[in-house]
Design a protein around this ligand. Structure first.
Ligand code: ADA
Length: 566
């Protein structure tokens, strides 16, 4: 399953999830591996860092133009179709596609070379406090498309003078060899409220026409009001299907269905507002990592994570530190969970940021994140560059460039970045929302309240005055099952105490717009290089549940606070 709803009624799509042939590059040994999946789930490859080749056969019923979509390959992929390279992609956490014209009916060979090694070529996947797995770790789809097809549709809700409007941007691409004239029609209709899906009177989109050159693309934008729609809110996360159809020479040749929520996000009077009402994001930092399946988390385990967060009274999740699987974002849309999604970066100092591949790899990640995740109403803020070199002038230039890129692509959401450059950060004037990571009681044995006031005063003096503030990380570690009446560090009791002390302070601070616990679940870290090698079990053990989602004492402490927040 690639999405929680059907994206096409006309375009033929087939999922290629299943068992593929795999050969390790280091020793030539052959396997059959599941896709999606991590090769680390095989007992021979628990710590394999290197390259390998996946292979499968695909059958095409008629001569066509094919679009292959990969939701995530970790971390570098080269895709070959009948022996010819058709795509190359870096970054495990964003989707990419290959379009192949002139494919004849019959059987074809699809090969994906995968690399999860570290080195100069990889500026973002580096030894870190999370694990870079290997494999085709998210779903794969194969689509038979018309040479002129819909590349993407972005829908931007707007509210003015008591009326809901929607701006629809449609990108048409021409993989054919002749200029084409086309017509676009569509409708906003079909509502999902929770599990129900009842068709409301459809709001037809105003038709649009255009032309597209061979090998080119054309972008068309329409804006119109919509009647009788229900806003998307955490309490009533109403979703609508936005159906767009493409006609060429009078024949409908393609379609694309997106699922949208009618809502606005803004920053007003120092608060983050949803539909012009202040919200408080109380939630967790969640790595895509699980003791049973690495980063290739299946739908049922994603659902379990959200059920556990909901059970603890959370209303928000931060996709630390990279874009997430769209299936998870679909679940957040349906459940009214507020999402902070961020580009891929964690703890990169200036030397890392000066890697010649850094800028382009960040730019591609941001572009792919926003192009693919734009329509998710649950995403209410875009983040960048967690704990990177925001205390340096060279770093500031990169922060500024990335915020500018986001704002060029999306003016409908605020921006932020989680800093740990306390008292030295020189970038707080750049984002719409200021966020900081603070480990009072764990890394610093300081009184939480006192340290928090120091931080808030500094933020106000260093460019953050008047902006919403989020405590993007706080918490402590505990070894699951380790109990100690003396409440020593690393015991479940002490983790619970530290989280309690922090929550007591943040719950009472009206200047805050959010507080995210670090972290939801224990996650595997990279043993090579850096201080992470001192991590017990080669895991980051600050989860309130362990990597198998077994709750620690802190689970009930969080529940006690989140359920009685106001
Ligand atoms: C940082 C970082 C997290 C994690 C955390 C910790 O704040 O953003 O990814 O490494 O510290 O556990 O120390």
């Amino acid at each position: 399953m690639l999405r929680l709803f059907e994206q096409h009624e006309i375009r033929k799509i087939k999922e290629l999830n299943g068992m593929w042939d795999f050969v390790r590059e280091d020793n030539g040994k052959a396997y059959r591996l599941p896709v999606p999946g991590c090769w680390e789930q095989h007992p021979d490859m628990l710590t394999y860092r290197g390259q390998g080749t996946y292979r499968t056969k695909v059958k095409v019923e008629q001569d066509t133009c094919l679009r292959l979509e990969f939701k995530g390959v970790s971390h570098t992929a080269r895709v070959f179709f009948d022996g010819k390279q058709v795509a190359e992609h870096y970054n495990a956490f964003t989707p990419f596609a290959a379009v192949i014209s002139g494919v004849q009916a019959g059987e074809h060979e699809l090969v994906v070379w995968v690399d999860n090694s570290f080195g100069e070529q990889s500026a973002l996947h580096i030894p870190n406090d999370y694990y870079t797995y290997g494999g085709i770790t998210r779903g794969v789809g194969m689509e038979e498309i018309s040479p002129v097809y819909i590349e993407r549709v972005h829908f931007t809700p707007e509210y003015a003078d008591g009326v809901w409007y929607g701006k629809t941007e449609v990108v048409i691409r021409n993989a054919g060899d002749r200029k084409a004239s086309f017509r676009i029609s569509g409708a906003l209709g079909g509502t999902f409220t929770g599990t129900d899906c009842s068709l409301l009177g459809e709001n037809a989109l105003a038709e649009m026409t255009g032309e597209v050159e061979p090998g080119g693309e054309t972008i068309l934008t329409g804006r119109q009001s919509f009647d009788g729609v229900t806003p998307w809110t955490p309490v009533e996360p109403t979703l609508y299907l936005l159906k767009v159809r493409l006609s060429v020479d009078g024949e409908v040749v393609d379609d694309l269905i997106e699922r949208v929520g009618i809502r606005t996000v803004s920053v007003q009077d120092g608060r983050i507002c949803l539909n012009e009402k202040p919200v408080f994001m109380k939630g967790f930092n969640r790595h895509e990592d699980h003791g049973m399946c690495g980063c290739a988390i299946p739908l049922q385990l994603m659902v379990q994570d959200l059920e556990l967060m909901h059970d603890m009274g959370a209303n928000a999740v931060r996709t630390c530190h990279y874009p997430n699987d769209e299936l998870f974002l679909d679940l957040c849309d349906e459940r009214g969970v507020l999402v902070w999604e961020e580009n891929h970066a964690r703890g990169l100092d200036l030397e890392h940021m000066m890697n010649p591949n850094f800028d382009i790899q960040c730019e591609n990640c941001i572009r792919e994140m926003i192009e693919n995740h734009y329509n998710h109403p649950s995403i209410v803020i875009w983040g960048i560059l967690n704990e990177c070199a925001s205390e340096t002038e060279e770093g500031r230039k990169k922060y500024a460039a990335q915020y500018a890129q986001i704002r060029r692509m999306d003016q409908s959401r605020p921006t932020t970045s989680a800093t740990c450059r306390h008292f030295t950060d020189i970038c707080l004037d750049l984002p719409d929302v200021v966020s900081f990571n603070m480990y009072s009681g764990w890394y610093q044995d300081v009184p939480v309240k006192e340290r928090h006031e120091q931080e808030m005063d500094w933020i106000a003096s260093a460019g953050g005055a008047g902006k919403p503030v989020i405590v993007s990380e706080f918490g402590a570690a505990a070894m699951y099952g380790y109990r100690d009446r003396g409440r020593c560090k690393w015991s479940e009791e002490r983790q619970s105490d530290i989280i309690r002390e922090n929550l007591e302070v943040y719950r009472k601070d009206p200047r805050l717009s959010g507080a995210f616990i670090w972290q939801f679940a224990d996650c595997r870290v990279t043993e090579e290089g850096g201080w992470f090698s001192t991590r017990a079990r080669s895991h980051n053990n600050k989860g309130v549940v362990d990597e198998y989602r077994r709750p620690k004492i802190a689970y009930d402490t969080v529940k006690e606070f989140f359920e009685n927040w106001d």
